[in-house]
Design a protein around this ligand. Sequence first.
Ligand code: ADP
Ligand code: MG
Length: 210
Amino acid sequence: MNAATITSWMHEIEAVMRVERDHLVQLDAAIGDGDHGTNMVRGFDAVVQAIDADSSQPPGKLLILSGRTLVSTVGGASGPLWGSALRSGGRVLGDQASFDGRQLVEVLAAALASIKDLGTAAVGDKTMVDALEPAVETLRGRLDSGAPLDEAVDAAAVAAEDGMRSTIPLQARKGRASYLGERSVGHQDPGATSTALIIRALQRAVVGES
Ligand code: ADP
Ligand code: MG
């Protein structure tokens, strides 16, 4: 994998956020303020513009540029959270021109750590962490047991989708939804939903190369 993988990942995210915008808005309208879909579309639209204007950079630098762009274009909680996640992930790669599955795990693990650090959320708090943490663990576990990269990333996307659905019965303990207390139960978390879309987009970017 290389810079083209990151460029393709960001384009896949931008495309799917556009398609899923209204769904994400509806999910956020139920337990938040209804801006999650527009936040993600605005952010990743700016990300692909920034990347396409400067695509000669190595993959880590493209991730850092993407993260910086999200922070500066998205006002909601998801902007700083995914922004710092992509910057931390990018720093793992430094200036190297290519990376393997092992390093992809480290990129995603750094992204997760950064979200948990900034948001002080753990699995079960009904946030994006409920989708991202199982994805990272599954990717690591599958690669450790010798699975090929495309299979491992597919399993990670399935784990993120399972994690997304696992938020439905939970009561939110972080973010805007937590203000609702018990009334947040029975709704799927918007940030976990967009996170599952982000990991599925990664799977498409990785498969597109093989
Ligand atoms: P805002 O809540 O500021 O309107 P968004 O609607 O874009 O921002 O994003 C909401 C999502 O952000 C939530 O569904 C949740 O997944 C995630 N989120 C909010 N607060 C936190 C937190 N402290 N830690 C992790 N994720 C969080
Ligand atoms: Mg919102």
